[in-house]
Design a protein around this ligand. Structure first.
Ligand code: TXA
Ligand code: MG
Length: 317
Protein backbone atom coordinates (compact mmCIF):
# COMPACT_ATOMS: atom_id res chain seq x y z
CA UNK A 1 0.00 0.00 0.00
CA UNK A 2 1.14 3.54 -0.67
CA UNK A 3 0.72 5.86 2.29
CA UNK A 4 -0.22 9.44 1.59
CA UNK A 5 0.94 12.06 4.06
CA UNK A 6 -1.89 14.51 3.56
CA UNK A 7 -3.63 17.60 4.94
CA UNK A 8 -6.93 16.62 3.27
CA UNK A 9 -9.37 16.18 6.18
CA UNK A 10 -12.31 15.12 3.96
CA UNK A 11 -10.18 12.33 2.45
CA UNK A 12 -9.31 11.05 5.94
CA UNK A 13 -12.96 11.20 7.02
CA UNK A 14 -13.92 9.12 3.98
CA UNK A 15 -11.30 6.51 4.85
CA UNK A 16 -12.46 6.30 8.48
CA UNK A 17 -16.10 5.94 7.36
CA UNK A 18 -15.14 2.96 5.20
CA UNK A 19 -13.34 1.16 8.01
CA UNK A 20 -9.76 2.18 7.19
CA UNK A 21 -7.12 3.20 9.74
CA UNK A 22 -5.73 6.76 9.59
CA UNK A 23 -2.91 8.29 11.63
CA UNK A 24 -4.01 11.58 13.20
CA UNK A 25 -2.11 14.48 14.75
CA UNK A 26 -2.84 15.56 18.31
CA UNK A 27 -1.08 18.07 20.53
CA UNK A 28 0.48 15.19 22.52
CA UNK A 29 1.58 12.53 20.02
CA UNK A 30 0.20 11.10 16.76
CA UNK A 31 -2.56 8.51 17.11
CA UNK A 32 -3.52 5.45 15.03
CA UNK A 33 -7.26 5.96 14.58
CA UNK A 34 -10.37 3.99 13.64
CA UNK A 35 -14.13 4.43 14.03
CA UNK A 36 -15.37 3.13 17.39
CA UNK A 37 -18.33 1.64 15.47
CA UNK A 38 -16.15 -0.62 13.31
CA UNK A 39 -14.84 -3.52 15.39
CA UNK A 40 -12.90 -5.01 12.46
CA UNK A 41 -10.97 -1.75 12.13
CA UNK A 42 -10.42 -1.60 15.91
CA UNK A 43 -8.95 -5.10 15.81
CA UNK A 44 -6.60 -4.04 13.04
CA UNK A 45 -5.23 -1.27 15.32
CA UNK A 46 -4.14 -3.92 17.84
CA UNK A 47 -2.69 -6.03 15.04
CA UNK A 48 -0.75 -3.22 13.39
CA UNK A 49 0.76 -2.07 16.70
CA UNK A 50 1.45 -5.61 17.90
CA UNK A 51 -0.48 -4.51 20.97
CA UNK A 52 -1.80 -7.14 23.37
CA UNK A 53 -5.61 -7.34 23.30
CA UNK A 54 -5.70 -6.79 27.09
CA UNK A 55 -4.41 -3.21 26.72
CA UNK A 56 -7.39 -0.88 26.09
CA UNK A 57 -7.57 2.01 23.59
CA UNK A 58 -8.68 5.53 24.42
CA UNK A 59 -11.55 7.23 22.61
CA UNK A 60 -11.25 10.74 21.15
CA UNK A 61 -14.22 13.13 21.12
CA UNK A 62 -14.91 16.74 20.14
CA UNK A 63 -17.77 17.66 22.49
CA UNK A 64 -19.21 17.06 25.94
CA UNK A 65 -22.36 15.65 24.25
CA UNK A 66 -20.21 12.83 22.91
CA UNK A 67 -18.85 12.30 26.42
CA UNK A 68 -22.33 11.63 27.78
CA UNK A 69 -22.93 9.03 25.06
CA UNK A 70 -19.82 7.08 26.02
CA UNK A 71 -19.58 7.42 29.82
CA UNK A 72 -22.00 7.24 32.76
CA UNK A 73 -21.93 8.01 36.48
CA UNK A 74 -19.34 10.70 35.82
CA UNK A 75 -17.81 12.02 39.06
CA UNK A 76 -18.15 15.77 39.66
CA UNK A 77 -14.34 16.02 39.80
CA UNK A 78 -14.08 14.45 36.34
CA UNK A 79 -16.36 17.15 34.95
CA UNK A 80 -14.30 19.83 36.71
CA UNK A 81 -11.14 18.49 35.09
CA UNK A 82 -12.80 18.20 31.68
CA UNK A 83 -13.98 21.80 31.88
CA UNK A 84 -10.54 22.98 32.99
CA UNK A 85 -8.37 21.06 30.51
CA UNK A 86 -10.38 19.99 27.43
CA UNK A 87 -9.57 20.21 24.67
CA UNK A 88 -6.18 19.15 26.02
CA UNK A 89 -3.71 16.53 27.19
CA UNK A 90 -5.93 14.80 29.74
CA UNK A 91 -7.55 11.35 29.48
CA UNK A 92 -10.36 10.52 31.89
CA UNK A 93 -11.09 6.90 32.85
CA UNK A 94 -14.86 6.60 33.39
CA UNK A 95 -17.54 3.87 33.58
CA UNK A 96 -18.50 3.04 29.99
CA UNK A 97 -21.92 2.86 28.34
CA UNK A 98 -23.02 0.12 25.92
CA UNK A 99 -21.94 2.39 23.01
CA UNK A 100 -18.32 1.43 23.70
CA UNK A 101 -17.38 -2.07 22.60
CA UNK A 102 -15.50 -4.44 24.90
CA UNK A 103 -12.79 -4.78 22.25
CA UNK A 104 -11.89 -1.10 22.73
CA UNK A 105 -11.79 -1.35 26.53
CA UNK A 106 -10.25 -4.84 26.63
CA UNK A 107 -13.33 -6.05 28.54
CA UNK A 108 -12.94 -3.41 31.22
CA UNK A 109 -16.07 -1.72 32.57
CA UNK A 110 -14.36 1.66 32.08
CA UNK A 111 -13.31 3.66 29.03
CA UNK A 112 -10.52 6.23 28.58
CA UNK A 113 -11.78 9.41 26.89
CA UNK A 114 -9.99 12.51 25.68
CA UNK A 115 -10.76 15.67 23.70
CA UNK A 116 -7.52 16.38 21.84
CA UNK A 117 -6.39 19.96 21.28
CA UNK A 118 -5.42 19.97 17.62
CA UNK A 119 -7.36 22.04 15.06
CA UNK A 120 -7.08 19.43 12.28
CA UNK A 121 -8.20 16.52 14.41
CA UNK A 122 -11.02 18.51 16.01
CA UNK A 123 -12.23 19.42 12.50
CA UNK A 124 -11.91 15.77 11.47
CA UNK A 125 -13.95 14.64 14.49
CA UNK A 126 -16.65 17.28 13.98
CA UNK A 127 -17.36 15.92 10.51
CA UNK A 128 -17.69 12.29 11.62
CA UNK A 129 -20.86 10.62 12.93
CA UNK A 130 -18.77 8.60 15.42
CA UNK A 131 -15.88 9.17 17.88
CA UNK A 132 -12.56 7.55 17.06
CA UNK A 133 -10.38 5.20 19.08
CA UNK A 134 -6.66 5.90 18.87
CA UNK A 135 -3.61 4.67 20.72
CA UNK A 136 -0.26 6.31 20.00
CA UNK A 137 0.85 5.50 16.43
CA UNK A 138 3.93 3.42 17.27
CA UNK A 139 4.59 -0.32 17.44
CA UNK A 140 3.94 -1.57 20.98
CA UNK A 141 6.68 -0.56 23.49
CA UNK A 142 8.42 1.83 21.03
CA UNK A 143 8.82 5.62 21.29
CA UNK A 144 5.64 7.54 20.43
CA UNK A 145 5.62 9.59 17.20
CA UNK A 146 5.56 13.39 17.38
CA UNK A 147 5.58 14.04 13.62
CA UNK A 148 3.99 12.59 10.49
CA UNK A 149 7.48 11.45 9.43
CA UNK A 150 7.88 9.42 12.63
CA UNK A 151 4.59 7.64 11.88
CA UNK A 152 5.70 7.04 8.31
CA UNK A 153 8.96 5.49 9.49
CA UNK A 154 6.99 3.01 11.62
CA UNK A 155 4.01 2.18 9.39
CA UNK A 156 4.88 3.70 6.00
CA UNK A 157 3.67 0.87 3.81
CA UNK A 158 0.75 -0.29 5.94
CA UNK A 159 -1.44 2.80 6.31
CA UNK A 160 -3.61 4.45 3.65
CA UNK A 161 -3.14 7.94 5.13
CA UNK A 162 -1.37 10.04 7.72
CA UNK A 163 -3.11 13.36 8.42
CA UNK A 164 -0.21 15.80 8.71
CA UNK A 165 -0.67 18.31 11.50
CA UNK A 166 2.97 19.29 11.88
CA UNK A 167 5.11 18.57 14.94
CA UNK A 168 3.17 17.91 18.17
CA UNK A 169 3.16 20.96 20.42
CA UNK A 170 3.16 19.12 23.78
CA UNK A 171 5.19 16.08 22.75
CA UNK A 172 4.29 13.82 25.71
CA UNK A 173 1.21 11.61 25.91
CA UNK A 174 -1.83 12.74 27.88
CA UNK A 175 -2.05 12.53 31.64
CA UNK A 176 -4.43 9.67 32.56
CA UNK A 177 -6.78 10.24 35.49
CA UNK A 178 -9.23 7.72 36.96
CA UNK A 179 -11.41 7.97 40.07
CA UNK A 180 -11.99 6.09 43.30
CA UNK A 181 -15.31 7.66 44.16
CA UNK A 182 -14.50 11.36 43.84
CA UNK A 183 -10.77 10.91 44.50
CA UNK A 184 -8.70 11.39 41.36
CA UNK A 185 -5.96 8.82 40.72
CA UNK A 186 -3.19 9.58 38.23
CA UNK A 187 -2.28 6.45 36.25
CA UNK A 188 0.10 8.10 33.79
CA UNK A 189 1.93 11.40 34.18
CA UNK A 190 1.78 13.39 30.96
CA UNK A 191 1.15 16.69 29.25
CA UNK A 192 -0.95 18.18 32.08
CA UNK A 193 1.09 18.43 35.28
CA UNK A 194 0.12 16.87 38.61
CA UNK A 195 0.34 20.38 40.08
CA UNK A 196 -2.18 21.77 37.55
CA UNK A 197 -4.63 18.94 38.28
CA UNK A 198 -4.30 19.41 42.04
CA UNK A 199 -5.02 23.12 41.60
CA UNK A 200 -8.49 22.13 40.29
CA UNK A 201 -9.46 19.10 42.43
CA UNK A 202 -7.07 19.07 45.40
CA UNK A 203 -4.75 16.25 46.41
CA UNK A 204 -4.60 13.30 43.99
CA UNK A 205 -3.30 9.75 44.36
CA UNK A 206 -0.41 8.62 42.17
CA UNK A 207 -0.14 5.08 40.85
CA UNK A 208 3.54 4.19 41.04
CA UNK A 209 5.52 1.69 38.99
CA UNK A 210 5.84 -0.42 42.12
CA UNK A 211 2.08 -0.98 42.21
CA UNK A 212 1.58 -4.64 41.38
CA UNK A 213 -1.59 -4.57 39.28
CA UNK A 214 -1.64 -1.27 37.40
CA UNK A 215 -5.12 -0.23 36.29
CA UNK A 216 -3.67 1.11 33.05
CA UNK A 217 -2.22 -2.05 31.50
CA UNK A 218 -0.12 0.08 29.15
CA UNK A 219 1.87 1.06 32.18
CA UNK A 220 3.97 -2.06 31.64
CA UNK A 221 7.39 -1.01 32.86
CA UNK A 222 9.04 -1.33 29.46
CA UNK A 223 7.55 1.26 27.16
CA UNK A 224 8.58 4.22 25.03
CA UNK A 225 11.84 2.40 24.42
CA UNK A 226 14.45 3.14 21.75
CA UNK A 227 16.44 0.16 20.42
CA UNK A 228 19.67 1.70 21.73
CA UNK A 229 20.36 1.11 25.42
CA UNK A 230 19.46 4.20 27.43
CA UNK A 231 21.03 5.24 30.73
CA UNK A 232 19.67 7.99 32.99
CA UNK A 233 22.28 9.99 34.85
CA UNK A 234 22.34 12.83 37.35
CA UNK A 235 25.98 13.53 36.45
CA UNK A 236 26.22 13.12 32.71
CA UNK A 237 29.86 14.23 32.41
CA UNK A 238 30.94 11.42 34.76
CA UNK A 239 28.81 8.83 33.00
CA UNK A 240 30.22 9.84 29.61
CA UNK A 241 33.73 9.52 31.11
CA UNK A 242 32.90 6.00 32.32
CA UNK A 243 31.89 4.98 28.81
CA UNK A 244 35.05 6.27 27.11
CA UNK A 245 35.71 4.20 24.00
CA UNK A 246 32.01 3.73 23.23
CA UNK A 247 29.84 5.75 20.86
CA UNK A 248 27.69 7.73 23.27
CA UNK A 249 24.85 10.13 22.48
CA UNK A 250 23.58 12.53 25.13
CA UNK A 251 20.14 14.02 25.74
CA UNK A 252 20.43 17.01 28.05
CA UNK A 253 17.98 19.52 29.45
CA UNK A 254 19.98 22.73 28.84
CA UNK A 255 23.68 21.94 29.46
CA UNK A 256 26.42 21.47 26.90
CA UNK A 257 28.60 18.32 27.03
CA UNK A 258 31.89 17.70 25.26
CA UNK A 259 33.46 14.60 23.75
CA UNK A 260 30.22 12.88 22.82
CA UNK A 261 29.24 11.40 19.46
CA UNK A 262 25.91 13.26 19.39
CA UNK A 263 24.25 15.80 21.67
CA UNK A 264 20.61 16.89 21.81
CA UNK A 265 19.98 19.84 24.13
CA UNK A 266 16.19 19.82 24.60
CA UNK A 267 15.84 23.46 25.66
CA UNK A 268 18.74 25.93 25.60
CA UNK A 269 16.69 28.28 27.79
CA UNK A 270 15.88 25.58 30.38
CA UNK A 271 12.13 25.54 29.64
CA UNK A 272 10.43 22.23 30.56
CA UNK A 273 7.57 22.61 28.06
CA UNK A 274 10.04 23.08 25.21
CA UNK A 275 12.12 20.14 26.46
CA UNK A 276 9.00 17.93 26.54
CA UNK A 277 8.13 18.95 23.00
CA UNK A 278 11.61 17.94 21.77
CA UNK A 279 12.15 14.75 23.82
CA UNK A 280 10.73 12.04 21.52
CA UNK A 281 12.27 13.56 18.37
CA UNK A 282 15.66 13.49 20.06
CA UNK A 283 15.11 9.83 21.01
CA UNK A 284 14.04 8.96 17.45
CA UNK A 285 17.10 10.73 15.98
CA UNK A 286 19.69 9.30 18.36
CA UNK A 287 18.18 5.84 17.96
CA UNK A 288 19.00 5.97 14.24
CA UNK A 289 22.70 6.79 14.74
CA UNK A 290 24.01 3.31 15.60
CA UNK A 291 25.22 4.50 19.00
CA UNK A 292 26.33 2.10 21.75
CA UNK A 293 24.52 4.07 24.46
CA UNK A 294 22.22 7.04 24.93
CA UNK A 295 22.84 8.90 28.20
CA UNK A 296 19.89 11.03 29.28
CA UNK A 297 20.16 13.66 31.96
CA UNK A 298 17.76 13.27 34.88
CA UNK A 299 15.27 16.16 34.84
CA UNK A 300 14.16 18.28 37.79
CA UNK A 301 11.34 16.36 39.53
CA UNK A 302 8.69 19.08 39.15
CA UNK A 303 5.94 19.95 36.66
CA UNK A 304 6.59 18.46 33.22
CA UNK A 305 10.00 17.32 34.49
CA UNK A 306 8.18 14.54 36.37
CA UNK A 307 6.49 13.37 33.15
CA UNK A 308 9.79 13.52 31.25
CA UNK A 309 11.57 11.48 33.97
CA UNK A 310 8.74 8.92 33.84
CA UNK A 311 9.24 8.43 30.07
CA UNK A 312 13.03 8.26 30.44
CA UNK A 313 12.72 5.62 33.17
CA UNK A 314 10.51 3.47 30.95
CA UNK A 315 12.83 4.00 27.98
CA UNK A 316 15.76 2.88 30.17
CA UNK A 317 14.04 -0.26 31.43
O1 TXA B 1 -1.90 11.50 24.41
C1 TXA B 1 -2.42 10.40 24.30
O2 TXA B 1 -3.07 9.86 25.22
C2 TXA B 1 -2.25 9.67 22.95
C3 TXA B 1 -2.96 10.45 21.86
C4 TXA B 1 -2.96 9.73 20.52
O3 TXA B 1 -4.26 10.75 22.27
N1 TXA B 1 -2.77 8.33 23.05
C5 TXA B 1 -2.14 7.37 23.76
O4 TXA B 1 -2.77 6.14 23.72
O5 TXA B 1 -1.11 7.57 24.38
P1 TXA B 1 -2.07 4.80 24.22
O6 TXA B 1 -3.01 3.72 23.90
O7 TXA B 1 -0.72 4.69 23.63
O8 TXA B 1 -2.02 5.00 25.76
C6 TXA B 1 -3.25 5.05 26.47
C7 TXA B 1 -3.10 4.40 27.79
C8 TXA B 1 -2.69 2.95 27.73
O9 TXA B 1 -1.61 2.80 28.62
C9 TXA B 1 -3.92 2.19 28.22
O10 TXA B 1 -3.55 1.05 28.97
C10 TXA B 1 -4.60 3.22 29.08
O11 TXA B 1 -4.37 4.43 28.42
N2 TXA B 1 -6.05 2.99 29.15
C11 TXA B 1 -6.93 3.04 28.14
N3 TXA B 1 -8.17 2.72 28.56
C12 TXA B 1 -8.08 2.46 29.87
C13 TXA B 1 -9.00 2.05 30.88
N4 TXA B 1 -10.28 1.84 30.61
N5 TXA B 1 -8.53 1.87 32.12
C14 TXA B 1 -7.23 2.07 32.40
N6 TXA B 1 -6.32 2.45 31.50
C15 TXA B 1 -6.72 2.63 30.25
MG1 MG C 1 1.25 4.39 23.56
Amino acid sequence: MRTSITTDIAFCQKLLKTGELVAIPTETVYGLAASIMDIGAIERIFEMKGRPMFNPLIVHIHSLEQLSLLARDIPENALRLARAFWPGSLTLILPKTAEVSDTITANKPTVGIRMPNHPKTLALLKGLPFPIAAPSANPSTRVSPTSAEHVFSYFGTKLPAILDGGPCEVGLESTIVGFKGETPVIYRKGGITVEAIEAIVGKVQLVTKEDKAPVAPGMLAKHYAPKTKLIISSSVAETVEEYTGFKVGVISFCSNYERVEALRILSQEGNLAIAAKNLFSALHELDQMELDFIVAEKFPEEGLGRSINDRLERAAY
